[in-house]
Design a protein around this ligand. Sequence first.
Ligand code: SAM
Length: 258
Amino acid sequence: MTLPTPNSLDTPDVSDSQTAQPSDAPLSNHPSHPMAGSHIRSFIHRRSHITLGQQEALDKLLSKWALPYENRLIDPAAVFGREAPLVLEIGFGMGETTEKIAIARSEENFLGVEVFNAGVGAMLKRIETSSLPNVRIIQHDAVEVVRDMIAPNSLAGVHVYFPDPWQKKRHHKRRLIQPAFVALLASRIAPGGYLHCATDWEDYGVQMLEVLSGEPSLENTADGYAPRPEWRPQTKFETRGMRLGHGVWDLFFKRRAV
Ligand SMILES: C[S@@+](CC[C@H](N)C(=O)[O-])C[C@H]1O[C@@H](n2cnc3c(N)ncnc32)[C@H](O)[C@@H]1O
């Protein structure tokens, strides 16, 4: 099954897309954060295939394992029923990487944010079937989740694995890793916490390195790109990119002490 993302070679022209919904909708105003006002969405809504099992999981398990988007900070201890370091994953796709990491790092809590129905259904099935007590989901735009639901200095880590590359130059503005969003994200990471990104698109890797290096509150742990940590499994999109002959670029930055 393919994910409905612009990571495919036959990417539709968003501006021409019949199924794209208004993507630059204004956001509520929170003058204190860097993404007050409006932002350009890093995704488009498209009709996509969803299996019966994924739809059933959405119907039955969303209320059990997912939190609704709210313009209110979450209380992670209450959500997970325990105090533990909180790691945010943006765009978990079908969730296979999230599941592996959550099993391997059972002492940490994982909050996955994804907009894509089939992916959320698939992840809900994983949480239920593999009994993953340390994973919760929010199905919403991660920019708004980070802005409105995550407290400053609260995250132990952030994973952004193979975000949509938006290859065409005129679509680069839709890329998630942009200075304003990275500033917002960095403000939510606790001092000493990390931001780990990976991409299989070289020019997006260059952009990530520039943007992350330009954020004063972040510090590169490597000299340029980082080696892939042994705990990061190969993701579905990474496998696909490698099949197409792409390289892989990991970036591992830490939040400076304040
Ligand atoms: C190319 S896929 C990568 C999926 C997975 N991380 C992997 O490596 O296989 C990017 C995912 O990010 C999701 N996404 C894009 N923008 C998002 C946003 N603003 N908030 C939440 N999810 C987003 C898309 O729906 C898509 O599933």
